[in-house]
Design a protein around this ligand. Structure first.
Ligand code: PBG
Ligand code: ZN
Length: 323
């Protein structure tokens, strides 16, 4: 049946009908809020390129997390930003490291909030790369040892989920094996499975102080044009034992979010990264777009594509709008 008997506009005529015909709805349960934690006391320092985003000291982080929980957001993902860095990223697995202390404080204050930790070396290395550098490039297998040690230290501090974002080969297996050997078989792994060498990470690198001091990340992060390769990455991580897999960034890679949903039964996460967030905020500040509507449209698009979990700096504002 086609026009004039079929009229698609019949179910768009008013708000009630549109509500009834709606296929996808954002929920507070969808969101994971990224949080940056720095040294110090009483720190709540704005990130210039990310309006509304701050870097918190551990005590302020606990206060912020209280609000996050009250808004109905189930989870946060923590990024440690240490003062001291060295070649091997010693801070990444330090017992009293910044991320470890933050996890302990959060779990003590709010046991029901799911605490995910980003597992990578770039915030902790003086060269800013995500692994151990040997001969001018990131060396895969020595990096695995450090990443596994970091994941175990986060688990020991109380993390519920560890999220490796380094893109080394074999890291999920290395981390799963190390966690199990230390008695952390209940700690889950969310792998950044299809993570691209993206220009959209710019504001994050300012916030985390993790810009590479030489070269770039293209020898380990994925090449943006590659879709089949992303499926291989996801399959490998699931086979190695990932409990959930992520596509990152989100909006320019929604085809992969849909692919992930169609091909795997684990929860699919998508990361609306710093640049995606900053673009919307910047255009809204200039009055060029409606910031709230364009943010919600991006988030519902990510969900419609197939994401179960959405990592977004807009989690608090979006949750407040959902109510
Ligand atoms: C570190 C890491 C990055 C992001 C998350 N974890 C930066 C990078 O890979 O350079 C980016 C997040 C964002 O841009 O919001 N491995
Ligand atoms: Zn990294």
């Amino acid at each position: 049946m086609s026009f004039p008997k079929t009229r698609m506009r019949r179910l768009r005529r008013n708000g009630t009908l549109r509500r009834m015909a709606r296929e996808t709805r954002l929920s507070c349960d969808d969101f994971i809020l990224p949080l940056f934690v720095v040294e110090g006391h009483g720190v709540r320092e704005p990130v210039a390129s990310m309006p509304g985003v701050h870097r918190f000291s551990v005590d302020s982080l606990v206060e912020e997390a209280k609000q996050v929980g009250d808004l109905g957001i189930p989870a946060v993902i923590l990024f440690g930003v240490p003062d001291d860095k060295d070649a091997r990223g010693s801070g990444a697995d330090a017992v009293d490291g910044i991320a470890q202390r933050a996890v302990e404080a959060l779990k003590a204050a709010q046991p029901d909030l799911c605490v995910i930790t980003d597992v990578c070396l770039c915030e902790y290395t003086d060269h800013g790369h995500c692994g151990i550098v040997e001969g001018g490039d990131v060396s895969n297998d020595p990096s695995l040892v450090r990443l596994a040690a970091s994941a175990v230290s986060h688990a020991r501090a109380g993390a519920d989920i560890v999220a490796p974002s380094d893109m080394m080969d074999g890291r999920v297996d290395a981390i799963r094996t190390a966690l199990d050997a230390e008695g952390f078989e209940d700690v889950a792994i969310l792998s950044y499975a299809a993570k691209f060498a993206s220009a959209y990470y710019g504001p994050f690198r300012d916030a985390a102080g993790s810009t590479p001091q030489f070269g770039d990340r293209r020898s380990y992060q994925m090449d943006p044009p590659n879709r089949r390769e992303a499926l291989r990455e996801m399959r490998l991580d699931v086979e190695e034992g990932a409990d959930a897999i992520m596509v990152k960034p989100a909006l320019p890679y929604l085809d992969l979010v849909a692919d992930a949903r169609a091909n795997f039964d684990v929860p699919i996460a998508a990361y609306q990264v710093s640049g995606e967030f900053a673009m919307i905020k910047a255009a809204a500040e200039r009055g060029w777009i409606d910031g709230e509507r364009s943010m919600d449209e991006a988030l519902v698009g990510i969900k419609r594509a197939g994401a179960d979990w959405i990592l977004t700096y807009a989690a608090k504002e979006a949750a407040a709008r959902i109510g």
